[in-house]
Write a protein of this length. Structure first.
Length: 366
């Protein structure tokens, strides 16, 4: 370019097929300097978010993408979900969204499904893999929050916290009594962990502070956890028979569906307490209601339900169960970290980079 001085180029390239860049041409003439700015903007990728997530994640998406988000704080209908996915390059969804073959088929150009959760049983991963679509999740960042919730359920059920709170609010408390609201000891008791992954090990860590004996069952052994926490492996039947508290921390798979049913509940101590902060269908909820009604086990603490948000008949009426509305990861910091991880997973795929967490990594090699 005649008469030009130094040329500086500042180029921001977010995606191979989406480039927004500005070229600054700086040049000097006999009597001064002029700055020319030229812009070239192509279409940005479209992201559909099925429900509003924390702003930390939304901001990341908006910086590089055109974002459409469910405007209402509710689960989308099937028709609304299909309409949103139809024109999207990327999908950020929740556990409450069913992402199956039928849904994926409406958009052959969908490039990634990013789940705002650790679990992904809401997604047909096999169908996504067949279409070459990476499926991402958010493990790690919610380990402690979920373990804290499970521990809170354990303590609340053991010491009848919710029942006692209601007792006071209803004006029934007339003063201290030696037999009033007796509960179960936690310190020194036996904790049985069904699943010894991240959250199971976080529970083991908490149990050491209460000098508990730790048993665990899993499809594999964890020698490091055994050494670190003094955990002892047991077959499931033995674990159930020996434990004072049983806490579930396995993923929902065909092999773990109803891993706790009528037969398993019969194996537990009459004084035992069952905790589930993992996935509702791990427990046969109707069988659990029956066991609690008949005092086959002492109590339960549940953060998840078999047909969420519906409860099995009779469950809500029981005074020996603590019920939470799926709050496992519900802290400000944890949900922010989940949002950022879900957004970054999605953006990485759009940039043709490997996401931090992909449950079907084989599609990234294609």
């Amino acid at each position: 370019m005649a008469g030009c001085g130094q040329v500086k180029e500042g180029i921001k390239r977010d995606f191979p097929w989406v480039r927004k860049y500005m070229i600054y041409v700086e040049y000097e003439e006999n009597h001064g300097r002029e700055l020319k700015k030229m812009t070239n903007t192509e279409q940005r990728p479209k992201v559909f978010v099925t429900r509003l997530i924390p702003e930390a994640g939304m901001q990341l998406l908006r910086e590089s993408c055109d974002v459409e988000v469910n405007p209402e704080d509710r689960v989308l209908s099937r028709e609304e979900l299909i309409a949103g996915v139809k024109e999207a390059d990327a999908l950020l969804c929740l556990l409450t969204d069913t992402i199956d073959e039928e849904l994926l088929a409406v958009n052959p150009n969908l490039k990634v499904v990013s789940n705002y959760a650790v679990g992904y049983n809401n997604i047909d991963v096999q169908a996504a893999t067949k279409r070459g679509i990476p499926v991402c999740n958010t493990p790690g960042v919610l380990t402690d929050a979920t373990a804290d919730t499970a521990w809170a359920l354990l303590m609340a059920a053991a010491r009848r916290v919710v029942e006692a709170d209601r007792f006071v609010r209803e004006g029934k408390f007339k003063g201290w009594g030696p037999m009033l609201m007796l509960g179960a000891d936690v310190t020194g008791k036996t904790l049985g962990l069904v699943g010894m992954g991240r959250i199971g090990q976080a529970m083991a860590q908490r149990a050491t502070g209460f000098e508990m004996k730790i048993l665990y069952y899993d499809v594999q052994r964890y020698p490091e956890a055994e050494e670190k926490y003094g955990a002892v492996y047991r077959p499931l039947e033995e674990l159930l028979a020996e434990s004072d508290f049983v806490s579930l921390h396995v993923p929902l798979l065909p092999s773990t569906h109803h891993i706790i049913g009528e037969k398993e509940l019969e194996l537990m101590k009459p004084s035992a307490i069952l905790v589930n902060s993992a996935r509702g269908p791990l427990i046969d909820e109707a069988a659990l209601v029956k066991a609690l009604q008949e005092r086959k086990i002492a109590a339960a603490g549940l953060d998840v339900f078999e047909n969420e948000p519906e409860l099995a008949e009779g469950l809500a009426e029981l005074d020996n169960v603590v019920l939470l509305p799926h709050l496992g990861s519900a802290t400000y910091d944890t949900r922010d970290r989940m949002a950022v991880l879900a957004a970054n997973n999605l953006l990485a795929v759009l940039r043709n980079e490997s996401p931090a967490h992909c449950v079907n990594p084989e599609v990234l090699q294609k």
